[in-house]
Design a protein around this ligand. Structure first.
Ligand SMILES: *Cc1c(COP(=O)(O)O)cnc(C)c1O
Length: 359
């Protein structure tokens, strides 16, 4: 009798670790980005095509000393989180947005784009395999770090022929980030029109390190960035998007090309509007903020990003002025939206915008 063979989806080749390192990890105390789960996902691009993805033990990879990523920074990354809901479901938050932003980042550096299916299937399969590494939602989350970099062994300055795409995952427990003091940088700029401020290349972070270090040496936690041309308009806060509560309105810089289109930023805008707040996306100058502060209308400032969701800003130093914002206990907007977003992400509350995906 003729037998009908069902076509099966070929899973990624998986090479498992002999011994898991999980028992060495204490979720509540693990520092962000310091411990990596047992496996990683990897695929290579060469001769104009992507190889099959593979999952193998997390560990060192061979790389030529001449690999162009090391010399020219041909490297882009993403950041996202997987949560374990109270009922045991494994949840991702808007992963397609990360897949698409990763493609935009790659295209801007003349790199091949990672197909959405390779990105999404790779990370789902990896998270499924290492699901024991996802802390319970009340403790933390699994940070997911996709990275794409060139491996051409060549010093010629040109788009590369060979690339590696890797996904790492890293459990972390510190959900709450303490309020921060920020220094407005008058010397350095993070992004400029026509540059790479609206994508996530490795080099953006390298270029911001000295400003960050000098801010720390001056007693601050981070930098508040102004625009590169006029040094007037507020752009971002460290590596987070920034929001201000001024009078009855919430304001965040519009996506002008020098602002990273944060997925947390977009989600926060939507949820604030759901909560009944008026949110404006537009340019805001540091002078307007100082003016608002003097009139007693600058009620809140907070940064947004995947890792901490919302980070409250306590003090802003600009030239010889210090804007001392109301204590976090008296704030409503940033506190409410953080709680709301976390509840949606972790499956505690309904997801009216269809942001959460079951793995
Ligand atoms: C990644 C990033 C953000 C935050 O983006 P999310 O998608 O919310 O994590 C903000 N600013 C910069 C510069 C970034 O690189």
């Amino acid at each position: 009798m003729h037998q009908n063979h069902q076509t099966e989806v070929v899973p990624f080749r998986i090479e498992r670790v002999a011994n898991s390192r999980l028992q060495e990890v204490d979720f509540p105390t693990v520092a962000f980005g310091s411990v990596f789960s047992d496996h990683m996902f990897a695929a290579e691009f060469h001769d104009g095509a992507w190889s099959d993805g593979r999952i193998r033990p997390y560990g060192p990879i061979p790389i030529a000393p001449s690999a162009s990523a090391l010399h020219y920074g041909i490297s882009v990354f993403e950041g996202m989180k997987a949560h374990r809901a109270a009922d045991g479901r494994l949840l991702l938050f808007r992963p397609r947005e990360n897949a698409r932003r990763f493609q935009r980042s790659a295209a801007r550096l003349a790199m091949p784009v990672v197909p959405e299916s390779l990105f999404l299937d790779g990370l789902r399969e990896l998270i499924r395999l290492d699901q024991a590494w996802i802390p319970p939602a009340e403790i933390g989350a699994l940070y997911v770090r996709p990275v794409l970099f060139s491996t051409d062994p060549s010093l010629r300055v040109k788009p590369a022929d060979r690339y590696q795409f890797i996904i790492l995952t890293s459990p972390f427990g510190a959900y709450f980030s303490a309020p921060v003091d920020v220094l407005v940088s008058e010397r350095y700029a993070r992004a400029f029109p026509g540059g790479t401020g609206d994508i996530k290349p490795a080099g953006n972070y390298a270029a911001a390190l000295l400003a960050d270090q000098e801010a720390r040496e001056a007693g601050f936690n981070s930098v508040l960035w102004l625009d590169a041309q006029e040094r007037r308009y507020v752009e971002e806060c460290g590596v987070m998007n920034v929001f201000f509560v001024l009078g009855e309105e919430v304001i965040t810089p519009s996506l002008s090309g020098t602002i990273l289109p944060g997925i947390t930023r977009d989600s926060v805008i939507t949820l604030l509007r759901d909560l009944g707040y008026r949110v404006r996306e537009e340019r805001i100058s540091i002078d307007e903020l100082v003016g608002g502060y003097e009139r007693g209308e600058l009620r809140e400032c907070f940064g947004t990003g995947t890792a901490a969701i919302v980070t409250h800003v306590r003090r802003i130093r600009y030239k010889d002025r210090v804007l001392e914002l109301p204590p976090v206990e008296e704030r409503k907007v940033g506190v409410a939206v953080r709680e709301k977003l976390l509840a949606v992400m972790t499956g505690r509350e309904p997801d009216p915008h269809g942001w959460v995906e079951n793995i």
